[in-house]
Design a protein around this ligand. Sequence first.
Ligand SMILES: NC(=O)c1ccc[n+]([C@@H]2O[C@H](COP(=O)([O-])OP(=O)(O)OC[C@H]3O[C@@H](n4cnc5c(N)ncnc54)[C@H](O)[C@@H]3O)[C@@H](O)[C@H]2O)c1
Length: 379
Amino acid sequence: MADNTNISSINTPLAVVLIGCGRVAEKHLKAISKLKGLELKAVVDVNPESSKRLLSSVKGFSNVKTYSDYKTAIDEIRPAVVSVTVPSGLHYQIARYAMEHGANLLLEKPMTMSVSEAREMFELSKKTGLKIAMGHIYRYLPIVGLVREDIAEGKYGKVTHGTIYVRWGHGEDYYSSAAWRGTWKSDGGALMNQTIHAIDLLVWLMGSEPEEAQAMIAKRLRNIEAEDLGMAVLRLENGALAQIEGTTATIPSKHTAEFSVFCENGQLSMGLDSGKPHLNILSVKPNGKTKKMNGYYIRKQFKEGGLFSYKCALNPHLGIYKDLYDSILENKDPIADAYSGFSSVDTLLGIYKSAKEERPVALPLTDDFDSTDMTGFFG
Ligand SMILES: NC(=O)c1ccc[n+]([C@@H]2O[C@H](COP(=O)([O-])OP(=O)(O)OC[C@H]3O[C@@H](n4cnc5c(N)ncnc54)[C@H](O)[C@@H]3O)[C@@H](O)[C@H]2O)c1
């Protein structure tokens, strides 16, 4: 097995190969184009037209090589970074091959579709020292990191509970745009695709690990194999409860998502409503009155992160690539690290298992569970 040797000549830009030239890939290219420390060497897609379309959609990449086979691209280029942006059911095989050939990863969510494979990726990262930065975009939004630090340091007292909703409507056109969408094998449903990174964020902010999941899932509107609506409650190790709603069975032009964390001495909500961010952070003063903290966090974020952190609000992948680059150079874990990839897959599959077996499920899962174990759930 190769070690982290590809990055020894660190004063030249790190070579990047991106695999999977579909919808999300453009956000990756836009981010790479803004970072001097990264150089896109090749893109890979089984469909050559998709590679061409992607390269022509972002300025500055006209000389980038194209491949249709990811193994050939990795073998020839030996990149320091591989970006995995293929359908979710293919993440594991490509991510594993890339790490076995010495590459660090920007791995899209979900890390894998099975608990054992996610654990293997996490262990491989620990063993080799190669970094995995997950596509958990919400961790990279401005203010989120500052809020997390303050919750962790006890500024708001005991965390009682948290909630998220992700109402990310998608119509039949979205699901019929690619055969893998909405299938148990390659995608999962609204929870696995649209909600996993929000679950990751909520648990991260609440500062404790999930120890139990209870869930129900349903198929209300969309003609897919997996769920278009899921609701779950998690119990965390610190006793706090987290409530989750994730759905694509809402109006496609009205995407809304919000997370809230409730504490003894404060409550924090952030969200997006049709692309517009909203924020409401309240702290309870010793006299019992509440104080709005929005301005404090906005000023602090600007002082510490400058404009760059606000650019990440428009394209959080910019923050992920910058963080991955720094993590490689400084040999530290990325903000959305390999553990977050494993843990969120474990929680999500625990939610599916609970829905399937109609009972609470202990986390982390002790036996393997795979998204294909849900096959036939809706008949
Ligand atoms: N973090 C985020 O905000 C975010 C947003 C959207 C999608 N995603 C994730 O990104 C991944 C891709 O999603 P998408 O919407 O871009 O999908 P997509 O279907 O638009 O694109 C996937 C691309 O991969 C290509 N592909 C398939 N098999 C391949 C192979 N063996 N080798 C090379 N290329 C191959 C397809 O031809 C297609 O062009 C999914 O895992 C999804 O969950 C993350």
